[in-house]
Design a protein around this ligand. Structure first.
Ligand SMILES: [Fe+2]
Length: 306
């Protein structure tokens, strides 16, 4: 599990996954390594790095069990601070929506509107920080951080292609809710680390329909959001699911979601895989002939300065 910790909490035996800050702020030439020597611990503690991210699956954890991301040092970088605040403000809103969906209750969609307001403001001022911070996802935080990341990226791309602000809001809400149907899938299937059986894969592939049905049933949810929930795994060449839609049958908000969803999954660190660099993710996505809207994909990478 990845954990962002205070420099004071660093100790011998930890595996450093990332050092937060500019490379000139610390004396280490690589970012990922095991801290084996006491003098390296001292060097790190006395450096100007803002914080570090450790991988507790590969090395020791912090001494105090209460040491979590929330208790880490306040970041020096104001953009990073704003990004972390945005996540903290959005967390209870998103968690409640997802929990209600899991329990079969009504989803408080107004929470998504509230969270998108925070995310959209943050994407205007600190887009890079929010994108970077949400790439570090521990297993228990994955669903909600993925939702925030996809929402933020979708808002960013929707603005880059000049969609009107009302659609930008709906697109952002769609990003938060696109995978809500996964809450109806048994946790043992959803959290399985090894390869999935055909039957388990079929269950996972039902999540767009589950999400659509959940939101359509309760009413008052915009067409754009419903469309994103149901179709975000469709492919321009017609090889996606659930309906195998192709080309112009797939709306622009849905195309935006497909791009941002895959990009965030590729660039995120998971317990079982390293995060791909943005450039590697871009190269891979460009190689997927027929999967994405090519023009939007280029605009997306351009908007991220890739
Ligand atoms: Fe999905």
């Amino acid at each position: 599990m990845l954990k962002r910790i205070n420099l004071k909490q660093v100790r011998v035996g930890m595996f450093i996954e990332a050092i937060e800050g500019h490379w000139i702020d610390h004396p280490f030439w690589r970012n990922q390594f095991r801290l084996d020597r006491a003098r390296d611990v001292e060097k790190l503690k006395s450096s100007n790095a803002a914080a570090v991210v450790i991988d507790t699956d590969k090395g020791l954890d912090v001494v105090s069990p209460s040491a979590t991301k929330e208790s880490a040092a306040a970041p020096k970088n104001p953009s990073l601070k704003r990004a972390l605040e945005t996540i903290e403000q959005s967390k209870p809103l998103i968690t409640e929506m997802f929990e209600n969906a899991r329990m079969g209750g009504a989803v408080p969609v107004s929470h998504a509107a509230q969270a998108v307001r925070h995310i959209a403001i943050c994407m205007q001022q600190s887009s890079r920080a929010l994108i970077e911070v949400t790439r570090l996802k521990s297993r228990d935080e994955y669903t909600f951080l993925h939702s925030i990341a996809v929402s933020g990226l979708m808002v960013h791309l929707a603005r880059a292609v000049d969609l009107d602000e009302e659609t930008v809001r709906d697109v952002g809400m769609g990003g938060l809710l696109h995978d809500i149907g996964k809450m109806r899938i048994p946790l043992k299937v959803l959290n399985k680390v090894g390869p999935l059986s055909d039957e388990e894969m079929d269950q996972i592939r039902l999540h767009p329909r589950h999400g659509y049905e959940l939101l359509a049933r309760q009413g008052g949810v915009s067409r754009v959001i419903l469309d994103i929930c149901l179709h975000h795994h469709e492919s321009i060449d017609g090889r996606g699911y659930p309906k195998g839609l192709a080309g112009s049958e797939i709306s622009v908000p849905v195309r935006i979601c497909s791009i941002c969803d895959v990009y965030d999954a590729l660039t995120s660190a998971r317990a079982y895989k390293k995060a791909w660099s943005p450039t590697d993710a871009a190269r891979f996505m460009l190689e997927q002939e027929g999967r994405f809207d090519r023009r939007l994909l280029m605009q997306f990478f351009h908007s991220l300065n890739l």
